[in-house]
Design a protein around this ligand. Structure first.
Ligand code: DGY
Length: 322
């Protein structure tokens, strides 16, 4: 008998075909998120699951799923997993690093340019029929060329964002838990800075850390107060890295000039106060959303699941070694 698995949300047909060669597949192709009760009901008799960032895999759920041996996230972030609980119950957990770096870095630049040049504000105005003619001072933006970029979190995605800054002749500062090797710093044309120095000097601050108890509200009122009043904050990392209430307050009081956001606390019910700002570009968590990238993410998660349930050694294992 083939192992039984659950695919919790809609994926590509090619992914389902691949999974079908190895498993008996139950899948939620209606694409409505499963409630925790539905999730634990559908997983109770399964050997594995392909999950997304909205599926909470914790001790309560695992206690109802005694057969479960692997949970494979279609995401590089895995803060929806209680990794300790998975490890304690012998459940292998995996993510999808690498395949989304370029798409996420490209989208970070989409946010940087759209925010600095006020694209969404200008487009909304044009669509509303407000454009009566060209003016010298119409929708004046901020130069990106030659500005100082501050990258917080210099993993693969942060590095890809920094490398792209060379096309704009930017000075790149970065802050990371661990300093990069001199070779990597040279490849990224980036100089290490303390968090405070980066916040004080950068014209554009962009966030690329994972979300964890250590990075919860890494950017809050105190950090926003250290930024230049002319600075822009870009956030395509994970909701919770920024204290959204503090950001709203900083935008209201002009502590910073603008923001470009792809992620929020309490997605998808983000704070509606963001909607009132013309100087904030808002996206619905789509930084990795290109057809190729999302296909590659789903396929990598599927390969992790096949390896986890056949060899017990998936390529992107997250559980700490014992
Ligand atoms: C990730 O991979 O963590 C992304 O946020 C999902 O789009």
């Amino acid at each position: 008998m083939k192992p039984r698995i659950l695919v919790t949300r809609e994926v590509f047909q090619v992914t389902l075909d691949y999974l079908g060669q190895h498993f008996e597949v139950d899948s939620n192709q209606s694409d409505t998120p499963l409630t925790s009760a539905q999730l634990s009901g559908r997983l109770a008799d399964k050997d594995g699951a392909m999950t997304v960032l909205t599926d909470r895999i914790d001790e309560v759920l695992l206690a109802h799923c005694p057969k479960l041996k692997a949970v494979c996230n279609i995401a590089v972030g895995y803060n929806n997993f209680d990794l300790k609980a998975c490890t304690a119950r012998g459940v292998l957990a995996t993510n999808t690093p690498g395949v989304l770096d370029a798409a996420t870095a490209d989208f970070t630049w989409t946010l940087i340019l759209a925010t600095a040049r006020r694209l969404t504000e200008a487009e909304a105005w044009l669509r509303a029929g407000e454009w009566k003619g060209w003016k010298l001072k119409q929708f004046l933006g901020t130069d990106v060329q030659g500005a100082t970029l501050g990258v917080i979190g210099m993993g693969r995605i942060g590095q890809a964002v920094a490398r792209r800054a060379q096309g704009f002749d930017m000075t790149v500062l970065y802050y990371n838990r661990k300093r990069l090797t001199p070779e990597l710093e040279r490849a990224c044309h980036a100089q290490y800075a303390s968090l405070d120095e980066l916040l004080a000097r950068a014209d554009i601050v962009t966030l690329h850390t994972p979300y964890s108890p250590e990075t919860h509200h890494l950017i809050g009122a105190a950090q926003l107060a250290k930024m230049k009043p002319s600075a822009i904050l870009i956030h395509a990392a994970r909701g919770g890295v920024v204290d959204d209430m503090a950001l709203i307050e900083a935008l209201e009081t002009g502590k910073i000039a603008a923001a470009g956001l792809d992620v929020y606390e309490n997605e998808p019910k983000f704070n509606p106060a963001f909607l009132k700002f013309k100087n904030v570009v808002l996206a619905p968590h789509i930084a990795s959303a290109t057809t190729n990238t999302r296909r590659n993410m789903a396929m990598l998660a599927a390969k992790n699941l096949v390896a986890a349930l056949t060899t017990g050694n998936p390529p992107n294992l997250l559980n700490p070694k014992t």
